[in-house]
Design a protein around this ligand. Structure first.
Ligand code: 3H9
Length: 638
């Protein structure tokens, strides 16, 4: 038996050397009489992490991945995949080319290519439906969803889940299969398709994929596998893969992929170990605090939540339990998981109950006086080595740090609402934050399943600084001649799920109004200032919750409101601005330009370490379409 272990760190990607090595191993097995079969497995945590994304866009050395997979499948001797960990993209395609698949219980299988703006290019769209059926295969390939070992077995993607030694089981299976005609996935018929179930799934997937090309192409390729032969399907798949691989969307999504890995590399933290955190305190159990609590409980932390009164604390606990109930109802959590989480949660109205925690995250009302007082009290209540984190969006965390005797142990952890769902956390490096405290902020956010991005201190940090510039330019556009609905439509057709004015209405207009009032005294009188939003607020139009904002919401439905149009016209007239029609292209380019210019300012002031960090913030916190790569990436391409 020939056991081939793919050992190509960090993720055993199918780079040129790896493909050549595996191809040669199959050749060797074919000619060596003493070899009766082959087992392919991976070293470390991955089986094969997929094609080597770094090779995309460069000339490719043979054998190409499809040639390798065909070669494996064509082997006369049995080839068994011993899937020890992640088998993703080209990794799963290699496994599908094998004649038998055994997975370790920890294995994860998937076709995540759509997340890179492409479709599988080495037979995945044609072989997966032959094992899992068209609907399941199409759902996996069009969403990039990974499945665990048990689900893969239930779907027919793997033949068995090993309960003991994986490679030994695979060797035994290969021995069993030796001498018999191999079961080639490509030779299997595609099971009959339930057309209605396919259409239902496809509609759902396409709604989420708005604007992206790859998911629709994955659906098409897999759906048509049922109606044509393997060879024809593979030719179409390959052509589609190459076309998408060279597309702007794929370039943008590859940028995002590498940006996420780059964000973890923070200047000044080389070799710095994070501190041990097992118990997290959360002050304020409102919407934000409860969301953070859920994320912390999900990640296995013990959580102590503190509120101002016993009644508020009990309410906080109820809110958290309610969120857990929702997860149980949607099938994301089982009853035992809910109980385990609640057992790790304590709520209280006494600061002293935070005496043992390793890290406190405050999530109270964003008011400087309230937060400064709170930081003083926390400083006196928690262990001297505990970390104090603020979730402020706009206040200066250096002022909060200065209120304590431990400024080096203060950091910002800026979550986005709802905090149990949104992936972004801005980890704010304050003037005196110690490197191991910053590293701890990053490590905790990562363990919470978040994408942490480091920001320096400036009003609004990275995200809200850029969002303010976006807001300002959107308001200039209003004065210049565009209407909210035109601006929203332009940004939605660019790829945002919601245009800026719909977002302002959703999040509420009061906070920005309060900020503008605060800034009024120091505002440069020569600076262009648009008063329309102030007029709306003065009229009580605070957004969707108030039933009226930039739009009206009769029966909850967003509707253009003539009163708003009149306010805008009056504001233009007051400044003697003659409005002109503004095309969607100009709207998009001015708004993107404003974001990128603010991004340049943040880079120049070292608030952001790299342009791609800014892109991640805007994609994961503010709905910037990932397939456009973020404002900084987009600016470099127009
Ligand atoms: C494909 O397969 C196309 C085929 O259908 C058709 C071809 C013809 N290539 O994520 P981590 C690097 S498309 C190159 O932190 P983890 C990554 O940049 C591919 N490099 O590890 C990082 O480098 P650095 C389909 C890759 O343990 C390091 O590995 N496959 C690749 O948290 C560690 O990465 C995918 O989309 C790659 N494919 O998670 C899978 N993957 O240290 C993408 C990773 O220099 N990968 N790197 O910053 C993943 O989802 C995760 O990396 C994985 C491990 C789950 C495997």
């Amino acid at each position: 038996m020939l056991v081939v272990t793919v050992d190509n760190p960090p993720v055993n990607a199918a780079s040129a050397d790896m493909r050549q090595g595996l191809f040669a191993a199959i050749d060797h097995a074919a000619t060596a009489d003493e070899i009766i079969g082959v087992v392919i497995t991976g070293a470390g945590k991955t089986f094969v992490g997929g094609a080597d994304i770094r090779e995309f866009g460069k000339p490719m050395a043979e054998p190409l991945l499809p040639q390798l997979v065909n070669h494996i499948e064509a082997s006369e001797k049995p080839v068994v995949a011993a899937i020890n960990g992640a088998a993703l993209g080209g990794g799963l395609e290699i496994a599908l080319g094998c004649h038998h698949r055994i997975a370790a219980p920890v294995a994860k299988l998937g076709l995540p290519e759509v997340k890179l703006g492409i479709v599988p290019g080495a037979g995945g769209t044609q072989r997966l439906p032959r094992l899992a059926g068209v609907v399941a295969a199409a759902e996996m390939a069009a969403t990039g969803r990974m499945v665990g070992a048990e689900e893969a077995r239930a779907l027919g993607i793997v033949d068995a889940v090993a309960d003991g030694d994986l490679v030994a089981s695979a060797v035994a299976a290969a021995r069993d299969l030796a001498g018999r005609p191999p079961r080639r996935t490509g030779g299997l018929p595609v099971p009959a398709v339930d057309g209605e179930a396919f259409d239902r799934m496809a509609t759902k997937v396409l709604t989420c994929a708005r604007g992206q090309d790859a998911p629709g192409e994955a659906l098409r390729l897999i759906r048509s596998a049922a109606d044509r032969g393997l060879a024809e399907g593979l030719v179409d798949e390959r052509a589609t893969f190459i076309r998408l691989r060279d597309s702007e969307q794929a370039k943008a999504l590859r940028h995002v992929f590498f940006a996420e890995r780059a964000a973890a590399k923070v200047d000044g933290l080389e070799g710095i170990e994070p501190l041990w955190v097992a118990h997290i305190g959360i002050v304020g159990l409102g919407l934000m605090g409860s969301g953070i609590a859920i994320a912390a409980l999900d990640a296995g932390y013990a959580v102590t939540g503190v509120e101002t009164t016993a009644e508020a604390a009990a309410k906080g606990r109820e809110r958290i339990a309610g969120l857990l109930d929702r997860n149980v109802a949607s099938g994301r959590l089982d009853a035992a998981g809910r109980e385990k989480r609640l057992a790790r949660l304590t709520v209280s109205d006494r600061m002293e109950d935070l005496a043992e925690v390793d890290l406190v995250i405050e999530a109270v009302f964003d008011d400087l006086k309230v937060k400064t007082e709170l930081f003083k009290r926390l400083d006196a209540s928690v262990r001297p080595d505990a970390i104090l984190a603020t979730n402020t969006s706009y206040l200066d965390p250096d002022v909060l740090a200065a209120a304590t005797l431990r400024p080096e142990r203060v950091v910002g952890l800026h979550f986005f609402s709802p905090a149990n769902i949104m992936r972004l956390v801005e980890v704010v490096r304050c003037a005196k934050t110690a490197p191991d405290v910053l590293a701890t902020g990053l490590a905790v956010a990562k363990r919470l399943g978040k994408l942490p991005v480091v920001s320096g201190v400036t009003e609004g940090f990275i995200g809200n600084s850029i969002f303010s510039a976006y807001r300002r330019e959107a308001e200039f556009l209003l004065e210049d001649g565009a209407l909210p609905q035109e601006i929203d439509a332009a940004m939605e057709s660019y790829g945002f799920a919601m245009g800026p004015f719909a977002v302002f209405d959703l999040t509420g207009l009061e906070i920005a109004w309060a900020r503008r009032k605060r800034q009024a005294a120091t505002r440069d009188p020569n600076e262009r200032y648009v008063e329309i939003a102030d007029r709306l607020c003065e009229a009580g139009r605070f957004g969707q919750k108030a039933g009226r904002g930039w739009y009206a919401y009769p029966d909850g439905k967003r509707t253009v409101d003539r009163e708003v149009t009149a306010l805008i016209e009056a504001a233009r007239a007051k400044k003697a601005i003659v409005p002109r029609p503004i095309e969607a292209d100009e709207i998009v380019s001015r708004l993107l330009g404003a974001m990128a210019a603010e991004g340049d300012r943040l880079l120049a002031n070292r608030i952001a370490q790299r342009a791609s960090d800014i892109d991640l913030v805007m994609i994961n916190g503010y709905g910037f379409p990932a397939h456009k790569g973020g404002p900084m990436f987009a600016a470099g391409r127009t």
